[in-house]
Design a protein around this ligand. Structure first.
Ligand code: RM4
Length: 253
């Protein structure tokens, strides 16, 4: 129970990695706000799971790419829980698309949600953390794709590199307020974001073969790292990134 009474906002928390992080932070005693794009049923199920196990949580449908929706998200958080201690920027999309088929609309939607969403939420959360004077944690889901390319992810990989860089810059700006800013870089974690992509058995076998630990990651593999970065044990870590990829990145030959 390393997060007893802390208030956490997790974006994109109705499923996948965001859901796993929300459940883990709640298990550590945090009050959790489940942000979701428009998946009320799934988000409510996460809330129910937390409340049924004695935790406190509620869900908000907020498109993180819209400043007004982000303001509303944090207003509802303040109204319900009085502050914000932890922000997890998890919301993200990753359309797998051929470079020559990539449209402006697809590019814009990926950048609006993944990178602009992290900007808007981090600014709103850090204003509250600064004004309340109790420090805080900003944890952003970057990716192994911040470090390497993806032939079908040409709109997506720049956003993940941008998120990692944003955390590095915010670590400088927000350090004086006791707010740490760090990135988690997942490798290939099986979730809805890539489930269709991995329907191709050959693609799945190729990727698993390259992972020294011999399996795709599970959202729970990420949740524990988020809980650590949110805890007092990570008080002196900021501007850092933690690769959670089963060894995929280092396995060149
Ligand atoms: C990650 C990495 C994974 C992919 C997800 C969607 O950055 O590229 O392989 O499945 O994105």
């Amino acid at each position: 129970m390393t997060l007893m009474g802390k208030v956490a906002v997790v974006t994109g928390a109705s499923r996948g990695i965001g859901r796993a992080i929300a459940l883990r932070l709640a298990a550590e005693g945090a009050h959790v706000v489940i942000d979701h794009p428009d998946e009320s049923e799934a988000a409510h199920a996460v809330v129910e799971k937390i409340v049924d196990t004695g935790g406190q949580a509620f869900s908000v449908s907020a498109d993180v790419s819209k400043a007004s929706a982000v303001q509303e998200l944090f207003q509802q958080t303040l109204k319900a829980f009085g502050t914000v201690d932890i922000l997890v920027n998890n919301a993200g999309i990753c359309p797998f698309v051929n470079w020559f088929d990539l449209t402006e609309a697809i590019w814009d939607s990926v950048h609006q949600i993944n990178l602009k969403g992290a900007f808007l939420c981090s600014q709103a959360a850090s204003r509250i953390m600064r004004d309340h004077g109790h420090g805080g944690r900003i944890i952003s889901l970057s990716s192994i794709s911040a470090l390497v390319g993806g032939s079908l992810q040409t709109a997506y990989t720049p956003t993940k590199a941008g998120i990692r860089s944003l955390m590095q810059s915010l670590a400088i700006v927000l350090g004086p307020y006791g707010i740490t800013c760090n990135s988690i870089l997942p490798g290939s974690i099986l979730t809805d974001i890539n489930r269709d992509h991995y329907q191709d058995e050959q693609v799945l076998a190729r990727d698993v073969h390259r992972i020294p630990l011999g399996r795709l990651g599970d959202p729970a593999d990420i949740a524990g790292v988020a809980a650590f970065l949110a805890s007092d044990d990570a008080a002196y870590i900021t501007g850092a990134d933690i690769l959670v990829d089963g060894g995929l990145f280092v396995n060149l030959q």
